[in-house]
Design a protein around this ligand. Structure first.
Ligand code: CTP
Length: 421
């Protein structure tokens, strides 16, 4: 789907989170998309028609009886390349299941053949009610992507699952769905532990040794795993700006040693660990308690003594070999390689897979600052059984989708081989 020619319909149902739809509309407009907003009548109780018209640059109506000469629902539905509904209320989900056509949004949905992505928002009780869950299952079986809502603060003082995902999460997930990423729930019942971000190793209270990792790829993997039904735990180093993936439990750390402690604490009980974090290989041997000063601490600043950090990934594999972790635990890592005079990045990644002993390794070529901080990624996935899979250029969520397919394959293989023993 070419960005320049995309027709996006943003459906908005009547919930307090309707204001967040404004950011979804704006994000698509900023990418150059043509946006049609189709709210329900109830949505206009929360956000005015004028706001939606101003943001989208298109007229807004809620009923098929407006502009009848243009048969609006047929035209909007047929022309749409992608329909994103944010927020979707329990009532709208029920009406979609019934195939009703009592307003412009539901009528449009009956006409459309493009991908439809639904971001629900409601109180936890309503989300977890068997009626809503049955409706979600029916819509998913029809090929509609119903996103897992976030966990967090709801309208009142209550918290729990049912909160609308952040607008940037909705937009990114919707685009991944439109590009064909799978949103089936085949990771349901699987527990995945993911590290993300970049560690910081303190030199003194104001300085540290760090790296350029934005945490985006780790968060994208966690988001995609959560959307596909996994129970996700994250250990995050210094990536505070990114929204928490739906339902994930996040443990924050700063340094490599803190990350190792958290990973080793949480790995038992998980089915897979994915080390995405950029871990600093070394740390200052003698971090100072007070700020180092020019003049006074010249010697310490000029020759900073360093010592090696633990290799967390290798440590996980060794713990599994020693029987301290489940033999079926799948362990995956990333390799940021630039290649050098003697070796290509692929050769270095193959050697790294061997050295670390993990089951999967995703090679990122980082020359020319291709990956750090970027929204897109690509590379090669190497598996221990010798399989090699090109991961084509895509958003970090699309790349995450490919990695999770391979992870599922590893989980299946390990489970079957341990059953055979
Ligand atoms: N990793 C880790 N502990 C470290 C360093 C890296 O667990 N101390 C993990 C990373 O999370 C990643 C993988 O190992 O999944 C490879 O990271 P990378 O920085 O590419 O490799 P290094 O081990 O640092 O090897 P080299 O310095 O030779 O590139």
């Amino acid at each position: 789907m070419e960005t320049a020619s995309r027709n996006i319909v943003v459906g908005v149902a009547g919930g307090i989170a309707a204001y967040k739809a404004c950011h979804v509309i704006r994000a698509f407009k900023e990418m150059g998309d043509e946006v049609r907003v189709v709210p329900t009548q109830a949505a206009l109780e929360f956000v005015g028609k004028t706001t939606f018209e101003a943001l989208s640059g298109n007229p807004v109506s809620t009923t098929v009886n407006d502009a009848v000469d243009q048969v609006q629902h047929v035209r909007i539905g047929k022309e749409a390349d992608l329909i994103v509904i944010a927020p979707a209320t329990a009532d709208l989900l029920a009406r979609m299941v019934q195939g009703r056509a009592d307003d412009l949004l539901t009528a449009t949905l009956l006409v459309a053949t493009c991908p439809v992505v639904v971001a629900p928002a409601m109180h936890t009780e309503m989300w977890e009610h068997p009626a809503t869950q049955a409706n979600v299952a029916t819509l998913r079986a029809r090929g509609i992507v119903v996103l897992q809502p976030a966990h967090g603060r709801l309208t009142g003082s209550d918290t729990g699952p049912g909160r609308l995902l952040d607008p940037e999460q909705i937009v990114d997930l919707a685009l991944a769905a439109a590009q064909g990423s799978s949103f089936d729930t085949s990771l349901a019942g699987t527990k995945v532990l993911i590290s993300a971000g970049g560690t910081q190793e303190h030199i003194d209270p104001v300085r540290y040794i760090g790296n350029h990792s934005s945490g985006r790829q780790g968060f994208a993997l966690a988001e995609m795993a959560a959307q596909r039904g996994a129970e996700v735990t994250m250990v995050v180093a210094n990536s505070d700006a990114l929204p928490t993936p739906a339902g994930a439990t996040v443990h924050k750390v700063t340094s490599a040693r803190e990350m190792q402690a958290a990973i080793m604490e949480h790995a038992p009980g998980h089915d897979a660990v994915i080390m995405v974090a950029a871990v600093a290989d070394v740390r200052p041997a003698h971090p100072a308690d007070a700020k180092l000063k020019k003049g006074r601490d010249e010697a310490a600043l000029e020759s900073l003594a360093l010592e090696e950090n633990p290799d967390i990934l290798r440590g996980l594999v060794q713990a599994r070999e020693r029987g301290e972790l489940d033999p079926d635990l799948v362990i995956a890592g990333f390799a940021a390689e630039t290649g050098d005079a003697e070796h290509t990045a692929l050769e270095l990644a193959k050697a790294k897979l061997e050295r670390k002993g993990c089951d999967l390794l995703m090679l990122n070529e980082v020359s020319g600052n291709q990956v750090f901080g970027q929204q897109r990624n690509r590379g090669v996935l190497l598996a221990r059984d010798g399989q090699q899979r090109e991961v084509p250029d895509g958003s970090k969520l699309e790349v995450a989708g490919v990695i999770l397919e391979e992870l599922l394959r590893c989980l299946e293989r390990r489970r079957t081989s341990s059953q055979d023993k």
